[in-house]
Ligand binder design. Structure first.
Ligand code: SAH
Length: 218
């Protein structure tokens, strides 16, 4: 099984041909071995164009969606990024090649060790993980330059906004109803006339993520 050849094909047909153009993002997808982030019995499907089960009723997202969200954040090498929903660790691994530090939070304790073992095996030392409820963010490490949420809440958790720098972006699938989620970017902007900040919302595309669980509902 030639995984590198499969990965090259994935990058060409699923990413480049569908509009992912950032050379740094494409290079990261060529480098990170997606098959290491899926269970043994899914390895032969690792480079297909879809999400895959990773246990605990959770999934590793479709490569295109991971790439699209990564590209949409307009990352800088100096960025410190928070991810909510470590899952397999794949999205965190991709981010780790593009930014300075990645903080990734997972709520299901049994998923943590597998993700951290693969990240360690790949030597990605700038990914920091912990098991906690991501609706609270990671306040000890705030503020972040960008936040990526890979599970769908019904509302944007306010704690995440508080932990974002001015000018930073949160990319998040917001659940509008069952099977109806909108991927959005919220940009935190300075409020001109009053103290505080305002949020600029950009609607991107319909998506389907697992629901965000946890305590804070808005
Ligand atoms: N980014 C992952 C895919 C994540 S699937 C990857 O690359 O593989 C969504 C993940 O979000 C699941 O593992 C789920 O357990 C987690 N999740 C759901 N609600 C959460 C919360 N409140 N805090 C942290 N993680 C959460």
């Amino acid at each position: 099984m030639d995984y590198l050849a499969q990965r090259k094909e994935m990058v060409k047909s699923q990413l480049e041909n569908k509009g992912i153009h950032d050379p740094h993002v494409l290079a990261a997808f060529l480098k990170i071995p997606r098959h290491l982030f899926v269970p043994e019995d899914q390895k032969n499907l690792a480079y297909y164009d879809g999400p895959l089960p990773i246990g605990e009723h959770q999934t590793i997202s479709q490569p295109y969606v991971v790439a699209y969200m990564t590209q949409a954040l307009n990352l800088l090498p100096s960025d410190k990024i928070l991810e909510i929903g470590t899952g397999s660790g794949y999205q965190a691994a991709i981010l780790s090649l593009l930014v300075s530090e990645v903080y990734s939070v997972e709520i299901i304790a049994s998923l943590g060790p597998r993700a951290t073992a693969v990240l360690k095996e790949l030597g990605l030392k700038n990914v920091h993980t912990r098991i906690s409820d991501g609706s609270f963010g990671w306040p000890e490490e705030a503020p972040f330059d960008g936040i990526i949420v890979t599970a769908a809440p019904e509302k944007l958790p306010i704690k995440l906004v508080e932990q974002l720098k001015i000018g930073g972006k949160i990319i998040i699938p917001v659940a509008l109803g069952p099977l109806n989620q909108s991927l959005r970017i919220y940009t935190k902007m300075i409020q001109e006339e009053a103290p505080g900040y305002r949020l600029e919302i950009t609607e991107l595309l319909p998506v389907l993520f697992v629901p965000m669980t946890g305590e804070i509902k808005d």
